[in-house]
Design a protein around this ligand. Structure first.
Ligand code: PEP
Length: 261
C-alpha cells in the first residue's frame, strides 16, 4: 500500500519538565525540528506547561505542535482534577495522547473509558493519539494480537467517524521505558494487523490513519522501525526529554519519508 500519510513523531514528556523546564526544552525541540519539512512533530508536556509551551513555540515560529497527555470524556462539570478537550485546545494543544498504558495500568483506565475519551476527542478535538499494546505476560501467552484487537475495536467506531483525524500508537508495554525495543519485524506484524482491522471499517480509515510505534525508540533504532511499511511514525518517552536524541529520531523520520511519495 502506497504511503499517503505524513510522518508523525511525538514526544511524551510524562510527569517531567514542568513549568520551569518546559520552555527551554520546547525551544530545543523547535531547533531540532527546523528543516524537518516532511515530518509532523508533537510534544506532550505535563498539563501545567501546555499553555507555556504552546506560547513559546508560537513565538519562535515553530511548526512543532503541542499535545495533552490525557483528557476527560466529559465536556465540563463536576469532575475534580479533570480537563476537557475544549480546555486543552484553548491552551493551544492540537493533539492528545489517550489510553497510554501507564494510565491503563496505574490508573485503571478501561477500554470503555478510552473509547469514551476517544469519541469526545473526535468530536471536540484535540486530535487523539490512541495507545494500544500488550503486557509482557500477554505477549508470552501468545495473545498480543488479541489484546491489540480488543483495544482497537473499542475505539474503531470513533476513529471511523473522521478518517485520518486520529493516530494510533502501538506501544508494547514491555518495551516502554525498559530499553527493550520490539524488533522492526515484531512491530510491523502488529502494525499490519492494526491496519487490516482499520480496513474492516473502511479503506480510507486504513490508508489515512497514521500508525506510530512506541517503546524505547531512540536515534539508533528509529530508522529500521520507520522503514517498515506500516510504521508511519514514533511516540517516544525517554528520548523526547533529550533534544539530541529526539532530534536524531526526527532526522530518521525525515530521511525515511524521502521514499514515501
Ligand atoms: C511512552 O511512554 O510512550 C514511551 C514510548 O516511553 P519510552 O520511549 O521511554 O519507552
Amino acid at each position: 500500500m502506497k504511503r499517503v500519510r505524513r510522518r508523525l513523531i511525538a514526544g511524551n514528556w510524562k510527569m517531567n519538565a514542568g513549568a520551569r523546564d518546559a520552555g527551554p526544552l520546547a525551544l530545543a525541540v523547535a531547533r531540532a525540528a527546523e528543516g524537518m519539512d516532511r515530518v509532523d512533530v508533537v510534544v506532550a508536556p505535563p498539563l501545567v506547561a501546555i499553555a507555556a509551551v504552546a506560547d513559546v513555540l508560537e513565538a519562535a515560529g515553530s511548526n512543532v505542535r503541542v499535545a495533552g497527555q490525557n483528557m476527560s470524556d466529559q465536556p465540563k462539570g463536576a469532575f475534580t482534577g479533570e480537563v476537557s478537550g475544549e480546555m486543552l485546545r484553548a491552551w493551544g494543544a492540537t493533539w492528545v495522547i489517550l489510553g497510554h498504558s501507564e494510565r491503563r495500568q496505574l490508573l485503571g483506565e478501561t477500554d470503555l473509558l478510552v473509547a469514551r475519551k476517544t469519541a469526545a476527542a473526535m468530536t471536540t478535538g484535540p486530535r487523539p493519539i490512541v495507545c494500544v499494546g500488550e503486557t509482557l505476560a500477554e505477549r508470552e501467552a501468545g495473545s498480543t494480537l488479541d489484546v491489540v484487537e480488543r483495544q482497537l475495536r473499542a475505539v474503531m467506531g470513533a476513529l471511523a467517524s473522521q478518517p485520518g483525524f486520529a493516530a494510533v500508537a502501538y506501544e508494547p508495554v514491555w518495551a516502554i521505558g525498559t530499553g527493550k525495543v520490539a524488533s522492526p519485524e515484531e512491530a510491523e506484524d502488529v502494525h499490519a494487523r492494526i491496519r487490516e482491522l482499520l480496513a474492516t471499517a473502511s479503506t480510507e480509515l486504513a490508508e489515512r490513519t497514521c500508525l506510530l510505534y512506541g517503546g524505547s525508540v531512540n536515534g539508533d533504532n528509529a530508522a529500521a522501525l520507520l522503514a517498515q511499511p506500516d510504521i508511519d511514525g514514533a511516540l517516544g518517552g525517554g528520548a523526547s526529554l533529550d533534544p539530541a536524541s529526539f532530534g536524531a529520531i526526527l532526522a530518521a523520520a525525515q530521511r525515511s519519508s524521502a521514499g514515501d511519495a
